[in-house]
Design a protein around this ligand. Structure first.
Ligand SMILES: Nc1ncnc2c1ncn2[C@@H]1O[C@H](COP(=O)(O)OP(=O)(O)OP(=O)(O)O)[C@@H](O)[C@H]1O
Length: 265
């Protein structure tokens, strides 16, 4: 079986640069400044959360990085250039094709590139195994719970072995227990394949649990206010979630978010 590449995750400060945003801005219709002057360097292995109130430009930033929208100012640059399959995207809705099986849904990024199912089967099997859904390859989305649908969406995002996975509030619509479980599983997945993630969330608790870097943003206009580093080591699990260390990081991040929300434009 072709292995999805395992990329080693180096300690913060030693990671090679993957891509960067340099003074990136987005103005809609010449009037709405969705994002102003965002600079961010992403390193291989980073788990970065974009955290902020509604309207601070989190989704806009993600869409710009995904190439779904073009900046009106600044530049986005990938070290070594950006190739096909370098990006995987997970949205809040799993956006699965209801008429296709789980395996066919995960195969989609390859189908769009003209690859046959037979040629991609190893990767599809392995992605499904990574999200714990091997037994459901032949099932249809309607047969799955909300959490399982989201796992399919994650498998689809990582099946091409992307250098960067973008996740836009993927667990926001799920109940808290499922959300905690998927948070833990996402970190376990990261340990196994060494992926780089940019994750959009409204939740201080979720951002601290998952990330080693939290970019705190403010609205009107959308902009970065400060960066919080979460130094707690990985792997993180339910023990970490109930630890004093976790509570302390949540407090620091919460204060940063309050500063961001209190700032005048
Ligand atoms: N296509 C668009 N046309 C006009 N304005 C837009 C468009 N997309 C976003 N905006 C505006 O840009 C600002 C930032 O929106 P964005 O969706 O990036 O924020 P967000 O932080 O992701 O918010 P939420 O947490 O509510 O999803 C908002 O004021 C929004 O109304």
């Amino acid at each position: 079986m072709t292995d999805l590449i395992h990329r080693p995750i180096l300690p913060l400060g030693q990671r090679p640069r993957l891509m960067e945003l340099a003074e990136v801005g987005k103005v809609f219709n010449g009037t709405v400044t969705a994002l102003r002057d965002m600079s961010l360097t992403v390193h291989e292995g980073d788990f970065i959360s974009l955290l902020g109130p509604s309207g601070c430009g989190k989704s806009t930033a993600l869409r710009l990085i995904a190439g779904l929208s073009t900046p009106t100012a600044g530049r986005i640059r990938w070290d070594g250039g950006q190739g096909a399959g370098d990006l995987g995207v997970v949205f809040q809705e799993p956006t699965l094709m209801p008429w296709a099986t789980v395996a066919e849904n995960v195969f989609l990024p390859f189908r769009l590139r003209g690859k046959s199912f037979a040629a991609a089967k190893d990767e599809v099997d392995q992605a499904l195994s990574l999200v714990g859904l091997s037994a459901f390859a032949a099932s249809y989305p309607r047969e799955l719970s909300g959490g399982m649908k989201m796992r399919v969406s994650i498998a689809r995002a990582l099946v091409t072995n992307p250098r960067l996975i973008l996740m836009d509030e993927p667990f926001a619509a799920l109940d808290e227990i499922t959300r905690h479980k998927l948070n833990t599983d996402l970190l376990a997945l990261r340990e196994r394949i060494g992926c780089t993630v940019i994750f959009v969330t409204h939740s201080v608790f979720e951002s601290v649990f998952l990330s080693d870097r939290i970019i705190v943003m403010a609205a009107r206009p959308g902009r970065v206010i400060e960066e919080v580093t979460v130094t707690a080591p990985y792997p993180r699990d339910e023990v970490f979630r109930t630890s004093a260390e976790y509570a302390a990081h949540c407090q620091v991040t919460s204060k940063a978010l309050h500063r961001a929300m209190g700032e005048a434009a």
